[in-house]
Design a binder for this molecule. Structure first.
Ligand SMILES: *Cc1c(COP(=O)(O)O)cnc(C)c1O
Length: 376
């Protein structure tokens, strides 16, 4: 029996060990650990790769969202519209500033915000829209961008899962407000710990993020605003800078793996509408497949079946954010966002990492086929 992990970071590291070690060693030899030349170099490389004027390294994807919202001056009394079907940090960063996360339902095909529903929820308290480019695919940004311009709102893209993704000729993080990226190890570009990035084309916004990243300090030991310690450290930047040149090839492998699953599931008669599985739809633009997520009846039974056969899989995310205990005071009810709730019940991520082999992908498909053949 072939066991397949959901993600195999050791396989990736084995291919780049020497480059990463040399980069880490150079930082250790320099003993320059906080910001400095390696962080600068990484920021410049990211700005170029993403196609934006500014890229600012920060301590995590969560802190990227938080510091972007802080730079926009968002706080008590303000509303930020986002998705209830995402990792907690999207809404958590809004709530931590005393602002209100206003949820709207997702598109059932892309799992991203529906622009029409966003427009319906804008009011005088709305300060920003936070689209989440879930699983590696961009939200429908053109109408959101037009809406933001018309109503004077900031766009804070949660691009944590979408580095390198694009739509309508623009990359994730390049839509005119802030782009917030994560380098959590399971993201498409992962560090050796926590890290994040804020992108923007706006010089003033970039300046505010840089100052907020260092306790609002400008000049040294003088503070006109309250910031925090949101710095990316040099060791993380060194690892990420060594890995960045490989990102395109890894992304291409993820896409090839997705295409192979599509083919294998169709050939096995498992793909909807004839079969039980809803396959991910790479709609408009470039999907970078941070996750390959299928929609499946009896999801929990299939998950248990796969795990028993050592096939990695995971539910992202089992409880929509409007149903989380910590947001009870927001007053949302079950049934309010039916597509988000249905996605939480029906979706399952299966292994898509770049180093996945033919044999491993075949084992995943065989296990799912066996489940639906009646063994499950
Ligand atoms: C990973 C992730 C984050 C948070 O990033 P961290 O680096 O773990 O803080 C935020 N939003 C989404 C959608 C994510 O997937």
């Amino acid at each position: 029996m072939t066991s397949v992990p959901l993600l195999d970071l050791k396989a990736q590291y084995a291919a780049i060990r020497d480059e990463v070690r040399a980069a880490v060693d150079a930082v250790l030899e320099s003993q320059h650990f906080i910001l400095g030349p390696v962080v600068d170099q990484f920021e410049t490389a990211c700005a170029r790769a993403i196609g934006v004027r500014h890229a600012i390294g920060v301590s995590s994807g969560t802190d990227a969202l938080l510091v972007a919202l802080m730079a926009e001056g968002i706080g008590p009394g303000d509303e930020v519209i986002t998705s209830p079907y995402t990792f907690f940090a999207s809404a958590g960063s809004i709530a931590r500033l005393g602002a209100r996360p206003v949820f709207v339902d997702i598109d059932p095909v892309t799992y991203c915000l529906q622009p029409g529903q966003v427009a319906a929820r804008v009011n005088v308290h709305t300060k920003a829209i936070m689209p989440v480019h879930l699983y590696g695919q961009l939200a429908d940004m053109a109408p959101l961008r037009a809406l933001a311009a018309e109503r004077g709102l900031a766009i804070v893209e949660d691009a944590a899962q979408a580095i390198g993704a694009a739509r309508d000729g623009r990359q994730a993080g390049g839509w005119g407000g802030y782009g917030c990226f994560s380098f959590f190890p399971s993201k498409n570009l992962g560090g050796a710990g926590d890290g994040g990035l804020v992108t923007t084309d706006d010089d003033e916004r970039a300046g505010r993020v840089r100052i907020l990243r260092m306790h609002g300090m400008e000049p040294k030991y003088y503070h006109r605003i309250v910031g925090g310690n949101f710095r990316l450290d040099a060791l993380q930047a060194a690892v990420l800078l060594a890995k960045l040149p490989h990102l395109e090839a890894w992304t291409n492998r993820r896409q090839a793996n997705a295409a192979r699953y599509d083919r294998l599931f169709r050939d096995a008669g498992l793909a909807a509408p004839a079969g039980p599985l809803g396959l991910p739809v790479a709609g408009a633009g470039r999907h970078v497949f941070n996750q390959y997520v299928i929609r499946v009846p009896r999801r929990d039974a299939l998950m248990a079946f796969l795990k028993a056969r050592q096939i990695g899989c995971e539910v992202y995310y089992p409880l929509a954010l409007h149903m989380q205990a910590c947001f009870a005071a927001l007053g949302y009810r079950e049934g309010e966002f039916p597509e988000s709730e249905r996605a939480a019940r029906e979706t399952l991520a299966i292994p898509i990492y770049p180093e996945l082999t033919d044999v491993q992908a075949g084992a995943v498909v065989d296990a799912i086929r066996t489940f639906f053949a009646g063994a499950g």
